[in-house]
Design a protein. Sequence first.
Length: 357
Amino acid sequence: MIRIIKGCSTRSFRKGLKALSLLLAAALLAACGSTRAAEPRTLRVGVAVYLQSDTFISTLVKELEKLAQARESTDGMKINLNVVDGRGSQLTQTEQIDRLIALDYDVLCVNIVDRTSTAQLIDKAKEADIPVIFFNREPVAEDLHRWEKVYYVGAKAEESGVLQGQILLDRWLNADPPVDKNGDGVMQYVMLEGEPGHQDAMLRTEYAVQTLTGAGVTVEKLAGDTANWDRSQAAARMSSWLEQFGSSIEVVISNNDDMALGAIDACQDLGLTEEEMPVVVGVDATAPALEAVRQGTLCGTVRNDAAGIAESMLDLALALESGEDPAASLELTDGKYIWLPYQRVTLRELEAGRAGV
């Protein structure tokens, strides 16, 4: 008779049965004199993203898939990734994660649609004893501490805002022709924000401007609006602002590269010359953005290390699946966070090979 220990999770019980079955099977094979090689270790990772068509998220997923294939070759194991696309809907993503939990994946990697929904997800994962690694969209700290097997991998959003501000400050002080087209000593700018209530959007917005004003630059915000990280939405916002403010827009500060490129699209659609173009900065250092930097239409961007995030996620998942203490092999802050540094990217950094891309 099998006795169920009170308080033991369903997943732990299933693992116990699985281990017992493997033990019995191994004994049977040994008794039969089998020389068949042992099955390789398998890691099953469910990856839930908020929107796979997002350029940065798509890049990160590709990096994760590439790393998983490389680890399979070097470590002699199987890594199965099941990537599901929430398509910007928390309801859809919740249903997808419920299915991943029901399928008993070893680890969940979650790029949450709505960070206010993390507590419910963590409670479900805890009940099933499946560790959760959040990435690129940081949950509130209280939610991360609901359970010891919850982690976050990403970069500090305020750092990207500071670096954006520094790129603009350098351009403001040294550009020829000057950024200050009307000569009033004030930086007139518009702000393209990611989405309402998103922590990264708010911090990037705040720290980009704060860096400028802290350095003594007088700024004037002509307009600002959310464009949901989307290139076409940003182009529409920028077209409206150009119609309203025209050449008064000296700078466009964008929370990500896709929106920055959308602003450039709107300017080019109106036929603005290189001299008439506002100075535009973004975040992520996506491939299209780097090409725009080389062409001179994008003043600069801030590298969000997709490969580094993917590698840290995979290292963490492997440690968790094997039952290791992640802190023994990974650098964790407060036992919960793996922080990746941002890096500024302008044409000067690209030409000097200092951009890390």
